[in-house]
Design a protein around this ligand. Structure first.
Ligand code: CA
Length: 255
């Protein structure tokens, strides 16, 4: 428990006296907070603003509730018993949980915020916070497109971790340079669709890219050597005259 989380600290927010009217759709929030006084206060304020709120008092309970209920938002404290907020966040994202996650972090812990965002959180709010700001951030998260990019991307037995940029195929880690990873992630995000050299250059390279160079083909060759050389299914295919396509199904041009 950090100094900021001791029960003697004054309640770290102000509850608005009048509910905000434009939260018409029903939004169910999972609030993960081990300090019952803080949890009770936040939950009451959220309910006054028309949110449905369930409270989990530790990391294990949070994962259990998220597995049996459908939540639209998660407010996740960092320091929790049994399993901390980062581990909960990673497990949720690893299991395909897509709803926005707002992490509550200690005021000056930059590492906490970075770790929170890297573990799959969409935003963070340092403690102590103003309740008005919490509501504003929740509204902002609700406005984001629901189909957020998942932390873990999978095609066949290829797995990419978009936070750590780690890649593995068939459970074996594949060592990639930053540029190789970026190219592979782009292909995976566009799996089953042809990616032309121009689009690849726009998304993976910068303005200094020379359109007459063969650098993309060189990188594709390197990715193939690292990913498609083993016994598994071939994933990176060439569409002659069009570009490249990442897919677990065979392509006509494959040899
Ligand atoms: Ca806590």
């Amino acid at each position: 428990m950090s100094a900021l989380e001791t029960p003697s600290h004054p309640l770290p927010f102000i509850v608005l006296s009048s509910p905000i009217p434009h939260n018409k759709s029903s939004v169910r929030i999972l609030l993960v907070e081990d300090e019952s006084r803080v949890a009770g206060f936040v939950a009451r304020g959220l309910r006054e603003n028309a949110y449905a709120v369930d409270i989990a008092a530790d990391g294990e309970q949070a994962l259990y509730l998220a597995s049996v209920n459908e939540y639209d938002l998660v407010i996740l404290d960092c320091m929790l018993p049994l399993k901390d907020g980062h581990a909960v966040c990673r497990e949720l994202r690893g299991s395909g949980f897509r709803a926005p996650i707002l992490m509550l972090t200690a005021l000056d812990a930059i590492d906490d915020r970075v770790a929170g965002l890297d573990s799959g959180a969409d935003d963070y709010l340092p403690k102590p916070f103003d309740f008005k700001e919490l509501l504003a951030r929740l509204r902002a998260l609700q406005r984001r497109p629901r189909d957020v990019r998942p932390a873990i991307l999978r095609v066949d037995d290829l797995v990419l971790n978009t936070a750590s940029h780690a890649a593995s195929r068939g459970g074996k880690p594949v060592s990639l340079t930053a540029k190789e990873y970026a190219l592979l992630e782009f292909l995976v995000l566009n799996q089953g669709r042809v990616a032309g050299r121009e689009r690849i250059a726009q998304h993976v390279w910068d303005d200094n890219f020379d359109p007459f160079s063969n650098v993309i083909d060189v990188y594709i060759k390197r990715l193939r050597a690292k990913l498609d050389a083993g016994p598994g299914r071939r994933l990176i295919h060439t569409r002659r005259g069009e570009g490249y396509i990442l897919s677990a199904s065979p392509e006509p041009g494959d040899d």
